[in-house]
Every structure is written in structure tokens, then in C-alpha cells.
Write a protein that binds this ligand. Structure first.
Ligand code: NIG
Ligand code: FE
Length: 406
């Protein structure tokens, strides 16, 4: 497979016709919450969706791409990734599968490899993971720093991330750097001071890993508030490793998302339901860390919480970029319906990034499209592990074609 970059903007103008099922995520355009249109077409001009409707009614003046009755969805929106890193932790994974529990401490192993990597190598590694994401249908990705844990490497990490996405997150507060093991508050001072000053201009978001072995609720609040005062928007890792008591804080700070949430009380769910904070579920992480259980996805949706879905790609707890795998897990293990899961992987991610131009295929949205090999989008959950993505466009530009060796 390969990426195809069309330099002539005219080449971005086309109609995709003969779509068996078009998922628009706009319920006023079709059936159900996914707004599904059967026998549909979509037109793309200058990277935007300009029309959706019946294939028989499409503007015939645009060049046509024939979907041959297959299904089309909005590109997946991955609102949680940690892909700026060096090395891997395959030995740690093998040991974990043999019984060693996951802990936040593994982050320091990746920290050493990341500090030792050039920015070029960090970029090349992240780029290869983004290529995997395209191959699996993801067209928008948030990228976190967090494996530098010193000013220079965190700055290099957000700089590299900013070359790859608009959704850059400063996560200097991933764990306390080993140099500060005896004085974690001094590390918090660094993260909220010199490191934040170095990273803010490259970042849109600030995140903190608030959990056992990482940062306390009090430290987390201080760090997020420092980021907010610098113009960054907050999001947070919560309740991955134990039941914490900080959902209300995340909501009070208007975090765009609170992610992981493997442990949740009924009260936590009610608090999220009354907020704008998206519950960012990452079941591939629960899978790869062999968490005792999956997050309460069904209960979150029943309470009216907005849910996003992400593979949480990182070298420690979840080394997969694959959204369809996460979809299969969410349906099987968290009891989301297939439609709810597809929505979480697209619109849910867009909400978690506070974006309204991605995650749906209404007129005016970015032309981020996934053409499946399957005629029915349910196959994404029904055929786990099978690569079902045929073609992917981002902003109307073809990024991936299955089998294309060019
Ligand atoms: O999202 N939870 C914190 N951070 C990552 C894992 C980091 C690591 O183990 O390298 C996560 O799972
Ligand atoms: Fe994470």
C-alpha cells in the first residue's frame, strides 16, 4: 500500500457514487443516529463535502469514483495517542502476559529511549504509526508528548507532534521524572513553569496522568490550571489503575475529555452526564494491560454521557493504532451497540477534540472518508481483525488504497 498525494487541488474534486450505505452521523440526512443513506453518493470540492444524497441524483459533471455498493463512513477521529517515543517495550508486554502487573513506572523505560532519539527518528516513528492509522481508517489524530520528562525532550516532542497534527497535547505530567523522585513537587514546578513555557506555543491541549504511581488530584489540578492560564485546553487521564476521586475536578475545569475510566462509580457517571466532558474509552489498553474489567461503557451511554473511542497507541499499555480493533472490543466487551460504537469512533472523537469539521459527513465538513471493502458497516465489529478498509481520503486527498504498491 502507499500514500498518494495529489498536488493539483482540482484532483480533489470528485463524486463518490454507488455507495451501498453512507454513514453521515447526521440524523437529519438518513436513518438512525448514524444518519445512514442507502444507495448514496457524496461530492467533494476543495477538500470539503459539498453534497450528499441519492446516488441517482448526483452532479454528473464531477469525476466519479465508483464505490461498487460498498459502505462509506467518516474517517475515524482518534482523540488519544502517545506516538512520540523511542524504543519499544515488547519484553515488558511478554512479562505482563506471564503475570507481572502493569504499572505507570514503565513510562520511564520509554523516557530513556526517547531522550536518546533524534527528533528525526521520533518523527519517522510517529509517521509510520500515522500511516498505520490511515490504513485502518483514522484521519484525525491527537498526539501527546510525555516521554521526555525534561524541558528539552518535551519541547522536541511537541515540536515533532506539531509537524504531524493540529491536535498537540503537552503531557509533561505523564510521570514524575526520575531525577525528581525524591521531590515530586519540584517536578510539578518544572512542568508548570519552564517546561510549560517551552511547550505551550506548540500545543493546543494540556493533559495529566492522574492515577496511582503518577500524579495526585491536587497536583493534577495545579498543572491543568497552569496550562489553562497559558491558553491551553485541558484533558486528563483518570481512573485507569484505581478508583480515584477526581471526576468532579475534571468537570469543574471543563476538561474536554476524561480518558480511560476503567474504574467508575455511579456518582462519577452522573457527574459526567451533567457535563460537557467526554468519557474517552480506550478498551485496547484494558485488553493489553489485562485490566480486571473493561470500563462501564453501557452505563455511561445509558446515563447520557458522550463517549469517544481510541486505541490509545503507546509503547507500554496499548501498542496498537487500530480503531476497528477498538470497535470490536467496545461492542463485545463494553456492550455498546455497533451504531453507538461507530458514533463514538467518529463523532465522539470529534467532540473530545471540540471539533465540528470532522467526525461527520454533512455539507461543509472536511472530506475525510473511509470506503470499506464491506457493503455493510456492521462488518467492522462483526469481522474482528480483518482489514476492511479499501480507500481513505483526508480533506479530499487520497491517503491510502488497499493493495496499491505504488
Ligand atoms: O494512556 N496512562 C498513561 N499513559 C499511557 C501509557 C503509558 C505507558 O505505559 O507508556 C496510557 O495508557
Ligand atoms: Fe494515554
Amino acid at each position: 500500500m502507499s500514500r498518494s498525494t495529489q498536488s493539483n487541488p482540482k484532483e480533489r474534486d470528485f463524486s463518490l457514487v454507488n455507495i451501498g450505505q453512507l454513514v453521515t452521523n447526521n440524523s437529519s440526512l438518513g436513518t438512525g443516529e448514524l444518519g445512514v443513506i442507502e444507495n448514496a453518493a457524496i461530492t467533494v470540492v476543495a477538500g470539503k463535502v459539498t453534497w450528499v444524497g441519492a446516488s441517482s441524483a448526483v452532479d454528473s459533471s464531477l469525476p466519479k469514483v465508483d464505490a461498487q455498493g460498498r459502505s462509506v463512513l467518516p474517517g475515524f477521529v482518534d482523540s488519544h495517542s502517545h506516538i512520540i517515543f523511542g524504543g519499544d517495550r515488547s519484553q515488558e508486554f511478554a512479562a505482563r502476559m506471564a503475570g507481572v502487573p502493569y504499572s505507570a513506572g514503565g513510562i520511564k523505560v520509554t523516557m530513556a529511549a526517547t531522550r536518546a532519539s533524534s527528533s528525526e527518528d521520533l518523527k519517522a516513528n510517529a509517521q509510520s504509526l500515522i500511516t498505520e492509522m490511515y490504513e485502518a481508517g483514522t484521519t484525525t489524530v491527537e498526539i501527546k508528548s510525555g516521554y521526555g520528562l525534561d524541558v528539552e525532550t518535551e519541547k522536541r516532542s511537541v515540536q515533532v507532534a506539531a509537524q504531524l497534527t493540529d491536535e498537540v497535547t503537552y503531557l509533561g505530567a505523564h510521570v514524575v521524572a526520575p531525577e525528581f523522585a525524591n521531590d515530586p513537587d519540584a517536578y510539578v514546578d518544572l512542568v508548570t513553569g519552564e517546561m510549560l513555557n517551552a511547550c505551550a506555543e506548540y500545543s493546543k491541549w494540556i493533559d495529566v496522568f492522574c492515577d496511582r504511581g503518577a500524579f495526585t488530584g491536587q497536583q493534577t489540578k495545579k498543572i491543568l490550571e497552569a496550562g489553562i492560564s497559558k491558553g491551553l485546553l485541558p484533558r486528563v487521564h483518570l481512573n485507569q489503575l484505581e478508583q480515584g476521586d477526581h471526576i468532579q475536578m475534571a468537570v469543574d475545569l471543563d476538561c474536554a475529555s476524561a480518558d480511560h475510566l476503567t474504574y467508575l462509580t455511579d456518582q462519577d457517571i452522573q457527574t459526567l452526564a451533567r457535563s460537557q466532558t467526554v468519557a474517552g474509552l480506550v478498551p485496547a489498553c484494558d485488553f493489553s494491560t489485562r485490566a480486571p474489567h473493561y470500563p462501564r461503557g453501557r452505563d455511561l451511554l445509558d446515563a447520557g454521557v458522550s463517549v469517544s473511542l481510541s486505541p490509545d497507541c503507546n509503547p507500554g499499555s496499548s501498542y496498537t493504532t487500530n480503531m476497528p480493533f477498538s470497535i470490536a472490543l467496545a461492542v463485545r466487551e463494553m456492550h455498546l451497540t455497533v451504531d453507538e460504537t461507530i458514533y463514538a469512533a467518529t463523532m465522539g472523537g470529534a467532540k473530545a477534540l471540540r471539533r465540528n469539521d470532522v467526525g461527520h459527513l454533512s455539507v461543509g465538513a472536511n472530506a475525510d472518508l473511509v470506503l470499506l471493502t464491506a457493503k455493510n458497516y456492521i462488518h467492522l465489529a462483526y469481522r474482528p481483525g480483518v482489514p476492511l478498509v479499501q480507500k481513505v481520503w483526508k480533506n479530499g486527498t487520497l491517503m491510502f488504497t488497499k493493495g496499491d504498491q505504488g
